[in-house]
Design a protein. Structure first.
Ligand SMILES: Cc1ncc(COP(=O)(O)O)c(C=O)c1O
Length: 492
């Protein structure tokens, strides 16, 4: 990192005069064009150089803070130099999710069209609270939701929902909708109006946003029953049934079962048809958290793994996960337009009046003012086509299969079984502190800079986890990962 703060460092400042201060808000076309060209050059260089860089640089915290702190904003600075400064900070102090050997959290390298879509959305900046302010944007998002909902198996014409900041907000929306639908008095009188304590059920391998949601909604964290999983890491139906019965007998009020389609740790899909049937029997709601796994529905080949998802009252799916658009964009899908309207109803004198046959997003979602999250997905999907996406998803799944085979050949134990590209593997003969051992193996790989993987605990057992999700990843990157974990084990 160089000391380029305030644009006075080693960056060559272009001769093109760029207005500073207030005049920088909206410069004339010459300087504007120069700035975009500069950004394009920076992005092009990033793209060309990324695979040669360490996936996760070593962080020097003191240096990072002092470099950021040099900006006191008293003096205007040249945008070229500031951008170069920022790029250097990002390059030196970021885990590179756009790297072909980032096998990390479920954040694929964004598509180019996704990045362009994000830029267009920012530039037009439509206000998505009210339909009348952003008819094109609202209709584009509604069209996307219908497309996604139809791929999940909902009747397209009935699909309702909203774009969200991500999966956690979509799951929150599902809980609010479920409470509102189960107990019409909930919206006005709150939890104290309910006949017993509302409780919800998700597998012990589910994403723990459920705890934060229970905290935020006043249900309380104890209201989340984390149901044990079987040896295959899927929710144990017998234990679920026993827990439901016990809770009812104790006077609690079960209201929601969550099936996870692609658990965060292992990419495993809960038994969705059985969960749907059980929820019908108990007269309670069924939600599927398919934050990343749901995107498999775009591939005719992978869709089968999601059978049963269409029976859910609501579904979470994230565009910023396997649909490869920049963060943040998630979605809540359902077929209950009226339920959403009841959950988020509000009317004010300062919002524009309703327009017949349209829905104001602020009356059917948690957010009010909102960015145009759907544009990047629309653009990316329109240009790649569903077939282009299907090809990429299937390629990820094939590379993950290849990785599993290579790991087996190298003596690793594959510890989960899924058609999604989440590969969990373990040292078959770990020392007594298996968690420490696997954490050290992951750290060693990350510190080598050659790849990014993480340790994971699956049903109490330590393992390593690699998500194969970047369109930049090649078979050579898979080989490099196997080499890196083998080296780590050899030197452990
Ligand atoms: C299954 C699942 N649900 C929900 C979430 C939360 O999604 P987000 O981070 O987009 O809020 C995640 C994130 O990894 C997840 O894996």
């Amino acid at each position: 990192m160089t000391d380029n703060a305030l644009g006075k460092g080693s960056v060559t400042i272009t001769e093109e005069a760029f207005p500073l201060g207030r005049d920088s808000f909206d410069p004339a076309s010459g300087p504007t064009a120069w700035l975009w060209r500069h950004v394009l050059d920076v992005l092009q260089a990033e793209r060309e150089q990324i695979s040669a860089r360490p996936v996760a640089p070593q962080i020097d915290l003191a240096r990072l803070r002092s470099a950021v702190g040099l900006y006191d904003f008293d003096e205007p600075a040249h945008p070229g130099a500031v951008i170069d400064d920022l790029v250097e900070l990002l390059r030196d102090s970021t885990v590179h999710t756009t790297h072909p050997r980032y096998f990390g959290l479920f954040n694929p390298t964004p598509t180019l069209l996704g990045v362009v879509g994000e830029t267009l959305a920012a530039a037009f900046n439509p206000q998505l609270a009210a339909w009348s302010h952003a008819p094109a944007a609202v209709e584009i998002e509604a069209h996307l939701l219908r497309f996604l909902g139809a791929r999940m198996g909902y009747p397209a014409a009935e699909v309702a929902g909203s774009f969200t900041s991500g999966g956690a907000e979509a799951n929150l929306t599902a809980v609010l909708l479920a409470l509102t639908r189960m107990w019409p008095g909930y919206g006005t009188a709150g939890l104290r109006a309910l006949p017993g304590r509302p409780v919800l059920y998700a597998s012990a391998e589910s994403h723990l946003a459920w705890l934060k949601i229970a905290h935020a909604t006043g249900l309380g964290r104890d209201a989340v029953r984390l149901v044990p999983v079987n040896a295959d890491l899927r929710m144990d139906l017998e234990q679920l049934t026993a827990r439901l019965d016990a809770d009812r007998a104790a006077g609690d009020a079960p209201f929601l079962v969550v099936g996870t389609a692609g658990t965060t740790g292992a990419g495993v899909i809960d038994p969705l048809p059985e969960l749907a049937e059980l929820c019908r029997t108990y007269g309670i709601r069924f939600h599927v958290d398919a934050a990343y796994g749901g995107v498999a529905a775009l591939s005719d080949r992978l869709r089968e793994a999601l059978t049963g998802i269409e029976q859910a009252h609501s579904i979470t799916v994230d565009a910023h996960k396997w649909l490869s658009v920049p963060m943040g964009a998630g979605a809540l899908l359902c077929t209950d337009r009226a339920g959403l309207a009841e959950t988020f109803r509000v009317s004010t004198s300062y919002m524009p009046a309703d327009i017949p046959d349209t829905v104001d997003p602020y009356t059917s979602s948690q957010q009010w003012s909102r960015r145009f999250a759907g544009l990047k997905l629309f653009l990316s999907l329109a240009v790649a086509g569903r077939s282009g996406y299907a090809e990429q998803l299937e390629r990820d799944a094939e590379l993950a299969d290849a990785l599993r085979a290579h790991l087996r050949d190298s003596g690793w134990l594959i510890t989960s079984n899924t058609s999604l590209p989440v590969v969990c593997f373990a040292d078959p003969s770990p020392p007594a502190d298996s968690w420490k051992h696997h954490t050290e193996l992951a750290n060693s790989v990350v510190q080598s800079g050659s790849a990014w993987i993480s340790p994971v605990r699956l049903n109490g057992h330590a393992a390593l986890r690699a998500c194969v999700i970047s369109h930049r990843t090649t078979p050579a990157d898979i080989d490099a990962l196997v080499q890196a974990v083998n080296d780590a084990r050899r030197t452990a």
